[in-house]
Design a protein around this ligand. Structure first.
Ligand code: GRF
Length: 185
C-alpha cells in the first residue's frame, strides 16, 4: 500500500506538476491561498482543499496549524511534501504524535545560506557563483530542519534573477519528486 501522501502549495505549482508527471500517489493537495497549484490539482482530479486565513499580524498560527492537522488526520495522511507552501506551522505540527519528520520541504538555495522567501534574489544580489536546492525536513523554524539532499546550481555570467531561479527550479523538479519516490519506497 503506498503511503498516504499530501502536497502543500501556494504558488505556480510547477513542483506539484513534476510530482504528478512522475506519478507520485498524491491523495490530497492543500493550498493556503488561491493559486495555480490548485488548478493543477483540479485538472489531475486530485482531492484538494483551500485553507485560507487572513495572513498578517493577526494571523493565528496555532489555530491554522490545528485546522491543518485535523485535515491531515481526516485524510489519514502519512507523508507531506511542501512544494512552495508559504505558511510556517506552529510547533504542535511537529510533535512526536503529529508530523515530526513526516513533512519534507525544498528550498531554492544551499541551506543554511539564504533562508526565507527571497532566497534566489538575495543569493543573486550577494553575487554567489553557486547556489542550488536543498531538500530538508520541515520543522517550526524557517528553512531550518535537518538537511537530506542538496544539489548545486552554478550562476552563469549571463544569468538574470529569473533565469537563475528557473534553472534552480528545473533541478528541483528533477530531484524532489525522485527523492520523495525513494522515501516512499
Ligand atoms: C520552489 O523553488 C521551492 O524551492 C520554493 O518555492 C518554489 C515553488 O515553485 N519553496 P512552484 O510553486 O512549485 O512553481
Amino acid at each position: 500500500m503506498p503511503l498516504r501522501f499530501a502536497v502543500l502549495v501556494s504558488g505556480t505549482g510547477s513542483l506539484l506538476e513534476a510530482m504528478i508527471e512522475r506519478e507520485l500517489p498524491i491523495q490530497l493537495v492543500l493550498a493556503d491561498r488561491q493559486c495555480r497549484g490548485l488548478e493543477i490539482a483540479a485538472t489531475a482530479r486530485i482531492p484538494r482543499v483551500l485553507l485560507h486565513r487572513k495572513f498578517g499580524p493577526a494571523f493565528d498560527r496555532e489555530a491554522y496549524t490545528r485546522d491543518t492537522l485535523a485535515l491531515f488526520r481526516a485524510h489519514r495522511i502519512e507523508l507531506v511534501a511542501m512544494a512552495g507552501f508559504k505558511t510556517i506551522f506552529a510547533s504542535l505540527m511537529f510533535a512526536a504524535d503529529a508530523y515530526q519528520m513526516k513533512i519534507v520541504n525544498t528550498h531554492p538555495s544551499l541551506l543554511p545560506a539564504f533562508k526565507g522567501g527571497r532566497a534566489v534574489e538575495e543569493a543573486f544580489a550577494y553575487g554567489v557563483k553557486i547556489s542550488g536546492s536543498t531538500i530538508h525536513w520541515a520543522n517550526e523554524t524557517l528553512d531550518g530542519g535537518p538537511i537530506m539532499a542538496q544539489e548545486a546550481v552554478s550562476r552563469l555570467p549571463e544569468d538574470t534573477i529569473e533565469t537563475f531561479r528557473e534553472r534552480i527550479k528545473k533541478v528541483e523538479r528533477c530531484i524532489y519528486p525522485a527523492f520523495l519516490q525513494k522515501l516512499m519506497a
